[in-house]
Design a protein around this ligand. Sequence first.
Ligand code: NAP
Ligand code: GCO
Length: 270
Amino acid sequence: MTNDNLLKSFSLEGKVALVTGAAYGIGLAIAQALAEAGAKIVYNCSRQETLDRGAEAYRQCGIDAKGYLCDVTDETAVKAMVADIESTVGTIDILVNNAGIIKRIPMEEMSSDDFRRVVDVDLIGPFICSKAVIPGMIKKGHGKIINICSMMSELGRETVSAYAAAKGGLKMLTRNIASEYGEYNIQCNGIGPGYIATEQTAPLRERQPDGSRHPFDAFIISKTPAARWGTPDDLKGPALFLASDASNFVNGHILYVDGGILAYIGKQPK
Ligand code: NAP
Ligand code: GCO
């Protein structure tokens, strides 16, 4: 492959990318990266206020994105959204299952409804969305599915039982989609972000009344060789790689973008 062809393998010109939950945070950053590489962006969220927020965000960065009000756990709504995308934009070439929630509750205090809701959004949602786009990908002869997993696909911690169960399941769903649809030239991989500074982790980074760091904030810094929280921008390159032809022989892989947390025992307390 010549250098010119190598760089072209990262182009997404002519591709349609659906990024779920991409009004802000990690999803918006990933959508920006795919748009910069030439993809047409479609996104969804479950609240009108978020959809409006996303529309303004995309307008501000000059991306002509199409937004849908659609809860990823509502299979009828997802099917209708995908059908509308396919008829008005084009067959979906890239699906990024980014939409997700977390509930931080000690397990013995967590209701089964709360547990079920987290699993519905973080695991059943990606199943529903993937099932909706795969027929079009098979017909087209190619497809990319990227599931946004987590450190909790590998590790547990207090208060995140539902989230860890869902993200652990999402890791295995990723591998199963890769196994079941690889022969149709569909690659399914995961991205496992480390601790990223977004609204979802804001409670873990709040300054204490005395102005000191939140204990969890200091803990994550000590557990991360990069000695910092990640930012949504840190995920742009990995997402583009997995969305592009540059990764056509990468399948069933979870790419951890964690600053080295998973490799590190942690800094010895002073
Ligand atoms: P975030 O700031 O909480 O944003 C989540 C997005 O998902 C919002 O746009 C939200 O919009 C949407 N969403 C939530 N439930 C939905 C549903 N049922 N249907 C459709 N959209 C829905 O989260 P984030 O930090 O950017 O994280 C994005 C993804 O990365 C999540 O899957 C998260 O688990 C994962 N992750 C995050 C981190 C981190 O440190 N931040 C690390 C590893 C993995 P609406 O509320 O309007 O629906
Ligand atoms: C938490 C955090 C994490 C991050 C992320 C880490 O409460 O531990 O929210 O779960 O969201 O998933 O990879």
